[in-house]
Design a protein around this ligand. Structure first.
Ligand SMILES: NC(=O)c1ccc[n+]([C@@H]2O[C@H](COP(=O)([O-])OP(=O)(O)OC[C@H]3O[C@@H](n4cnc5c(N)ncnc54)[C@H](OP(=O)(O)O)[C@@H]3O)[C@@H](O)[C@H]2O)c1
Length: 332
């Protein structure tokens, strides 16, 4: 697969693999199947893997570390810190607040190194900006980990343009990871412009709209009991119905091009800049392989503009997160 650069120091496959769903958020986990998917990803040239302390919590890092052990030197594993975690609670509800105090940054890094079974974390992100800790203090602590050789590169997630700038002044930031897809345009404008200007890579998470933009989710009945999408405003029955009409347009355009809706959605984010590296989540090998194929899809400027309009923000029904999680994202 073609590669792209994130900041100065990381060269990664143009499409990475989001590993969250293998242990978290969407239910129906199957560790053995996920390990096969992770190995297949390496086989087809994916070398950029995304996890976080909070996925599981903890078990996703262990799974990714275990599966990628034979390939440690060939891959970039990104992980994230920054939540207060109550281990007595399960999954989403285990996140009880934010914590980016320098001492906590270090604690999580040490624990993540152990769970991943690596000597260096390839990319270490702050998962959410902590309003109680100046970003300079957090990035200072992250930079100390780079100096000590425990972390190779630094990232932020869901940070505003101003925070990115302040962080980058303390230590080079290699990547900003935020939700970005055909139906979530929040980073367009100041955030993407700042990344482009400062030479910071941009990593869109949920680039398939948590699966919705593939056209394969058509009803809330598609969600199992552990699937947190059932609680997201965009997936409520009335909103989903309105959003499905838009996805049908994406499917129609994809089929005219002889590709899938998932590939069209990924080709669209890739077309937004060569500093952009999406991390679609896929537990199933056919989904992984299909998504990797999007790296070869070329869109014309007219096609990109058509998609921009087709799913313009004012046409999307429902917020991307429920209230609590939305409060942890940048204010606009
Ligand atoms: N920084 C953050 O706060 C944050 C938040 C959310 C996610 N993330 C990261 O971003 C990654 C990706 O996001 P995501 O998993 O939320 O959403 P996503 O990538 O938009 O969608 C993943 C969903 O789409 C399905 N899928 C994937 N490829 C498909 C295809 N070709 N056809 C049909 N269905 C397909 C997957 O199914 P299967 O899994 O069953 O194959 C899964 O249910 C996560 O894994 C995580 O690493 C970060």
């Amino acid at each position: 697969m073609q590669t792209r650069k994130l900041g100065k120091d990381l060269t990664v496959s143009a499409i990475g693999l989001g590993c969250m769903g293998m242990s978290h958020a969407y239910g129906g986990q199957d560790e053995a199947a996920s390990i096969k998917t992770l190995h297949r990803a390496v086989d087809i040239g994916v070398n950029f893997f995304d996890t976080a302390e909070v996925y599981g919590p903890f078990v996703n890092e262990e799974l990714v570390g275990k599966a990628l052990k034979p390939y440690r030197d060939q891959v970039v594993i990104a992980t994230k810190f920054g939540f207060r975690i109550d281990t007595a609670r399960a999954q989403q509800s285990a996140m009880t607040g934010l914590d980016s105090r320098p001492e906590h940054v270090r604690e999580v890094a040490e624990a993540s190194l152990k769970r991943l079974g690596v000597e260096v974390i390839g990319l270490f992100y702050q998962h959410r900006v902590d309003p109680d800790v100046p970003i300079e203090e957090t990035v200072g602590a992250m930079a100390d980990l780079v100096k000590e050789g425990k972390v190779k590169a630094l990232g932020l997630s869901e940070a505003s343009a101003d925070i990115v700038r302040r962080a980058h002044a303390v230590h080079p930031i290699s990547a900003l990871q935020s939700e970005y897809s055909l139906w979530t345009r929040d980073p367009e404008g100041d955030v993407l412009d700042t990344c482009r200007e400062l030479g910071i890579g941009f990593v869109p998470f949920s680039p398939l709209g948590r699966g919705f933009l593939t056209g394969k989710i058509t009803s809330t009945a598609d969600f199992g009991a552990q699937d947190f999408r059932a609680n997201l405003p965009r997936f409520e029955a009335d909103n989903m119905k309105a959003n499905l009409a838009l996805v049908k347009l994406v499917e129609d355009m994809a089929s005219e091009k002889g590709i899938t809706a998932a590939q069209l959605a990924l080709a669209w984010v890739l077309a937004k800049g060569d500093f952009i590296v999406p991390i679609p989540g896929a537990r199933k090998i056919p989904n992984l392989e299909q998504n990797a194929g999007a790296a070869d899809v070329v869109l014309t400027m007219e096609e990109v503009a058509k998609l921009d309009d087709m799913l313009a923000p004012e046409k999307i029904a429902g917020a991307r997160y429920a209230a609590q999680a939305l409060a942890w994202t940048p204010k606009r």
